[in-house]
Ligand binder design. Structure first.
Ligand code: HEM
Length: 368
């Protein structure tokens, strides 16, 4: 489907980024590297069945891998109980790559919290993580035996990121970032807690490390990303509730829908996910929304339908998130829906203007 190709899924972007790395050699690139370690894994594995540990590890990898993918990152490797994410292997400014990595780190914390509260509740276990983020010039390429090459990221910044992660446990903090990460992000948008001087193995100078607490102001993408999985935990239920809310506000809109409503609901929730992922790649999003706005003109959708859909969507989000809803989350969805609706309405207005202009020209021709 056309829209799907324009709004790329995170999995596709992840794959594409890996494919763009050079074959059989490595190129130096400025990247941010994130190491996330499952803190209490060793003590847990001695107390739990291997089968249960595999289940938990798999849930951990999935839930915490998602924020990496949602922020333009690549899940580089799983090493035991560690996930390694890299940001910026195909370009991007150092500020963008570091901001992506930081947002992923904060998103991983939200994701772990949610995992503990939901799927792992029955195991009576609370997983904890430590995350280290570093920025620097590393080498990226597909390396190895010609019959078995692997996507590889090598260099000092990678080793340092791993050691920064090690310092989280020693200092009793959740996320530590290096000075290079902190200095790459302009205008001071992040909240820093304690700072530490650390002697990292293999590094001559003492490293300055900073505890990352969060963003100072509401970060739209982080709020949307953190609420998306919770909202779409049961996609069909979310969609059914949404359309129920739409038709309660505007019963006459029901006649516009010809497709089976379950299929329609899946297209909508898929699109919502795509929009959240694409906010970190806005150029794709704008093109996708223009096409979506144009297709809605063909479905018979009018400009005045959009506020109805916005209201129904906000009500659905509110009901679905329940006690997990915060003011920040609702503000973020409000702003995101305004952005989406604005782009779709602009596309519809452009069609309307073109048609008015053609009609006027025809009237002038007929009159003359
Ligand atoms: C936030 C804004 C909206 C989003 C993200 C959205 C999303 C979608 C998606 C993904 C589809 C599937 C087909 C396609 O990709 O073209 C779709 C179809 C459709 N949408 Fe929307 N939509 C929005 C606003 C609206 C509004 C305001 C209405 C008016 C009530 C509406 C009515 C329809 C109809 C009638 C269809 C076609 C259904 C069919 O063929 O049976 N949508 N929409």
């Amino acid at each position: 489907m056309e829209i799907q190709r324009l709004i790329w899924s995170n999995g596709e972007v992840n794959q594409l980024q890996k494919e763009l790395a050079p074959e059989g050699r490595a190129e130096e690139r400025p990247i941010a590297i994130l190491f996330c370690d499952l803190r209490n894994y060793t003590s847990m594995s001695s107390k739990n069945l291997t089968f249960d540990m595999a289940f938990m590890l798999n849930r951990f990898y999935t839930a915490l891998g998602e924020p990496i993918l949602m922020n333009n990152g690549i899940i580089y490797q799983y090493v035991g109980d560690e996930i390694i994410g890299v940001f910026g292997t195909t370009g991007g400014t150092k500020e963008k790559n570091c901001t992506d990595a930081i947002r992923a780190a904060l998103g991983m914390q939200y994701a772990l919290d949610l995992l503990n509260k939901t799927e792992l509740r029955d195991f009576n276990i609370t997983l904890k993580s430590g995350i280290g983020v570093n920025f620097g010039r590393a080498y990226v390429g597909h390396l190895g035996h010609p019959t078995h090459r692997q996507f590889s990221v090598i260099g000092d910044p990678v080793n340092v990121a791993s050691r920064i992660q090690g310092q989280t446990k020693l200092n009793g903090v959740n996320i530590l970032i290096s000075k290079s990460v902190r200095d790459s992000i302009k205008n001071n948008p992040i909240m820093i807690g304690e700072s530490f001087d650390a002697d990292l193995a293999g590094i001559e100078e003492t490293a300055e490390l900073y505890e990352l607490i969060g963003f100072k102001d509401m970060d739209l993408q982080l709020e949307l990303q953190a609420s998306l999985n919770l909202m779409l935990d049961d996609e069909d239920k979310f969609a059914a509730l949404f359309y129920n809310n739409v038709f309660k506000i505007a019963p006459q809109a029901r006649a516009l829908f010809r497709r089976n409503m379950t299929d329609q609901g899946r297209l909508l929730t898929h699109m919502l996910g795509g929009i959240v992922y694409s906010l970190s790649r806005p150029q794709h999003l704008t093109t996708g929304l223009k096409k979506l706005g144009e297709s809605h003109v063909k479905y018979g959708v009018k400009l005045e339908h959009y506020p109805v859909v916005k209201q129904a969507m906000l009500e659905t989000i509110d009901m679905t998130l329940g006690e997990n809803k915060t003011e920040k989350t609702m503000d973020a969805w409000n702003a995101a829906l305004d952005f989406v609706i604005d782009a779709m309405q602009n596309a519809a207005k452009a069609i309307d203007m073109r048609e008015t202009s053609i009609n006027e020209q025809q009237e002038i021709k007929q009159a003359s």
